[in-house]
Design a protein around this ligand. Sequence first.
Ligand code: CA
Ligand code: CA
Ligand code: CA
Length: 358
Amino acid sequence: MKSLLLGATIIGLAMPTALAQDKPVTIVSYNVQNLFDTIDDENNPRDDTYLSKEAKEARGKDHEDACESYNDKGSHYYKQCIELNWGEESYKQKLMTLGAVIRSFPETPDILVLPETENKKVLDDLVNKALAGLDYTSVIQLDTSNNEHNRGIDVGIISRLPLKGEPETIKVFGEDGDNPHDCQPTRDIVKAQFEMPDGETMHVFGVHSAYQCRKDAMEVLNKERAKLPDDANVVAAGDFNFNCTDIQNGEFQALAREGNWSYPPEIVGCAAPGSAFYYKDQSWSFLDMILVSGALRPDQDSNSTWFADLGSFHTVVTHPSQYAQDARNRVRPKRFNPDNNQGASDHWPVLMRFLKRF
Ligand SMILES: [Ca+2]
Ligand SMILES: [Ca+2]
Ligand SMILES: [Ca+2]
């Protein structure tokens, strides 16, 4: 009897490790809509919109001139630069709401790709304050996307998986390289490698394309993917900014084919809901997507020990602060509103699971 019990104990001890390896690895992409701190970055004129009203008033004419230097006077963005009150209260509430949203997921992500973060400090604050205790030990935010054409938001990545090697950024429409459509420099693509629970490498590209040049940006991504071995585990996740028309006319699919990407069937078609709602033409799109390389396809011979459960792709809408209702009770993403510090983001997160092959 004693030895039987002992045996049970040993099995009991050994099981969690064995199970841990077989647990799915979950990747989520969540555009967090302008997650700025409240501190002025001297190297970035465009973060001046995200200061407290008090700080703006103290600067007086200097602040108005700065706003006018990169916005047409009278435009929405000029007005926002003058009027937005982005104080500690709003920043803290935004962080804690995002934390509450992420904690409310039935499974918290192992890798979380976060477009629209200002710098590493905001990701550290998110991880240490709003997501404390969730073991996000890898925090990547290289803060390289400042340029005169955009507000200096970068794609960040946090993960429970250890990093392999140094993360890097890829310039999208810099001075070098092809740029047939005169696309302006935009957010850098972030590239990082993670160690999966069984030791395999997962390459992750974090993407946030500008809408005007989304197709050219996809070609930049495709070229970067081609630099990795054919049989590598590669995931591209983020805000690709393809709308439902790009899917209906097949332009997105052609670019995905060119990069040998597989995409979830869920994104084909314009059925509600996607990850973002465009009020102007009342349409849903999966602006946010997760794409995978051939090695991660479940239906292909592969040396990879992992495969993407393409059918698991879905939006994760699990917290009340994520949704607003229109007059006809239709649900939409609820953008964060600094006037009352309610809402979370104008995008919904999207999730995909990766499973062990058997
Ligand atoms: Ca700032
Ligand atoms: Ca600044
Ligand atoms: Ca930045």
